[in-house]
Design a protein around this ligand. Structure first.
Ligand code: FAD
Ligand code: NAI
Length: 465
């Protein structure tokens, strides 16, 4: 079979690249080694984790907050099997949706491991070992990433687990030790803390979610402490051992003090690494650095007509970043002049309160030596937040000291995940803090905190504080 475009990998990068390519009139195929489409995000990432986050947040609310709302119920019980089953249904609906979209866009789906024979020929090896080949003018590599193991304690998938196993546990851990206080650690830690696990985070750096604005890490730590999280920040893990039903984790603080933690599960969430195994990159001479496929500013590899996108290349490992890159490459192939504004790719942590962020952090502005001003507004001063008893949180706006242009927006609080889109829009149009402050925001909404933080950044003139 001869194609214009072949996409390898069907995650958010790959399937979106395939759809956009087909929309633009290219004869397109997608190759996926697993039986279901959708990649990490739909099968073992974004979607199942959010399904469990939602179920456990309902449980937490029923247990902790219903009575105050005037809803008297029997003490709720956790049915983990049902939670995991519902999550499975959500995943199935989503992956089936991608199969439908492939059909609708007349994209051929090939199931098996794709590997280069040469730059225009891809071999597909099915599970039963059967090999077929297809030829193509252009290739888009979107093979994603895998969890990074600790070098001295590989995943045994029973007690020393990655996010993939943490989404499928058969029992609620008594004590879940989480190595890495990044996005996965805080999200999946929250899932289990809400349904009764003791959760201990062991983090190498001095803050949780350390790549986000420092205020967000501090506030998230406070909020999750209320859920019962314990923290060992600034600790380097030295050993993890599976001793039957017990896992023993040893770590050392910066001043050399040793700790030993005993739990029943240890979630290792210290980042993900690009995945290129079995692709046969050497057959075509594509380079990798630290596992990432090297691409130029246009996502081209050094081999003509081969592109790479998503987690397998540099940049944030986020589904929506992969999607933007998928569209970018397809449109470029069609001779268009697309653009991805990497500064405005938002980041979200789906804990409760949620955390979201776009643009520069305060730490980045400081290190750039840029003159900036800050405006903050706490959720507890919002009528909407009081009405729903979600008063933990704040909005922080960073703006240029001279021009007032918004440089960064950081939100922790209820619905922060959805609110950040407004900040992206404002920043895409290069709004000043005063521009946003002068727009009407519906009352009572959480978004009023963004307006108030912009008022605070403009000339320290918030109305409700
Ligand atoms: P992937 O989704 O990893 O897809 C790559 C696909 O390629 C896979 O299906 C793989 O099987 C296939 N493949 C690999 N090699 C071959 C080959 N040789 N032949 C054929 N197929 C191959 N991001 C967010 O933006 N929001 C979130 O809420 C979020 N939550 C997450 C939660 C968890 C627990 C995890 C682990 C990740 C989460 N992410 C989230 C990150 C997100 O999943 C990734 O950034 C995203 O999936 C990257 O998309 P991709 O298309 O680059 O690769
Ligand atoms: P991460 O990069 O977010 O966090 C890893 C954390 O582990 C960091 O805080 C790091 O300092 C720490 N760490 C690294 N080595 C360590 C060690 N040896 N001991 C102790 N701590 C150590 O990576 P994470 O959480 O594994 O997630 C992987 C990727 O998946 C992220 O890049 C993220 O973008 C993506 N993801 C996105 C989500 C979202 O958008 N909501 C949800 C989950 C994952």
């Amino acid at each position: 079979m001869q194609y214009n475009v072949v996409v390898i990998g069907s995650g958010p990068g790959g399937y979106v690249a395939a759809i956009r390519s087909a929309q633009l009139g290219f004869k397109t195929a997608i190759i996926e080694k697993y039986d279901t489409l959708g990649g990490t995000c739909l099968n073992v990432g974004c979607i199942p984790s959010k399904a469990l986050l939602d179920s456990t947040e309902h449980f937490h609310n029923a247990k902790e907050h219903f009575a105050e709302h005037g809803i008297d119920i029997e003490a709720p019980k956790v049915n983990l099997e049902q939670m995991i089953k519902r999550k499975g249904g959500v995943v199935k609906a989503n992956v089936d949706g991608i199969a439908f979209l492939m059909k609708k866009n007349k994209i051929d789906v090939h199931t098996g491991v794709g590997s280069f024979v040469d730059k225009n020929t891809i071999k597909i090896t099915a599970k039963d070992g059967k090999e077929t080949s297809i030829t193509t003018d252009k290739v888009i590599i979107a093979t994603g990433s895998k969890p990074t193991p600790l070098p001295f304690a590989p995943f045994d998938k029973k007690r020393i687990i990655s996010s993939t196993e943490a989404l499928e546990l058969k029992e609620v851990p008594k004590h879940l030790i989480v190595i890495g206080g990044g996005v996965i650690g805080m999200e999946l830690g929250s899932v289990y803390a809400r349904i009764g696990s003791k959760v201990t985070i062991v983090e190498f750096l001095d803050s949780v979610i350390p790549t986000m604005d420092g205020t967000m890490g501090k506030e998230l730590q406070k909020a999750t402490k209320k859920l019962g999280f314990d923290f060992y920040l600034g600790h380097k893990v030295t050993a993890v051992e599976n001793k039957g039903p017990e896992v023993v984790v040893k770590a050392e603080s910066k001043d050399g003090k040793s700790i030993e933690l005993k739990g029943d599960y240890c979630l290792v969430s210290i980042g993900r690494r690009p995945y290129t195994e079995g692709l046969g990159l050497d057959k075509v001479g594509i380079e990798t650095v630290k596992g990432q496929i090297v691409v130029d500013a246009h996502l081209k590899t050094k081999v003509e007509n081969i592109y790479a996108i998503g987690d397998v290349v540099r940049g944030a490992m986020l589904a929506h970043k992969a999607e933007e890159e998928g569209v970018y490459v397809a449109e470029q192939l069609a001779g268009q002049k697309p653009h991805v504004n990497y500064l405005l790719i938002p980041g979200v942590v789906y804990t409760w309160p949620e955390v979201s962020s776009v643009g520069y952090t305060e730490e980045q502005l400081k290190s750039q030596g840029r003159a900036y001003k800050t405006g903050s507004f706490p959720y507890k001063a919002l009528g909407r937040a009081r009405a729903s008893m979600d008063t933990d949180g704040l909005v922080k706006v960073l703006a240029d000291k001279e021009t007032d242009e918004i440089l960064g927006v950081h939100i922790i609080g209820a619905r922060a995940a959805d609110m950040i889109a407004a900040a992206v829009t404002a920043m895409e149009f290069r709004a000043s803090a005063e521009d946003v402050a002068r727009m009407s925001h519906a009352h009572p909404t959480y978004m009023e905190a963004v307006k108030e933080a912009c008022l605070a950044a403009t000339a320290n003139r918030p109305i409700h504080m």
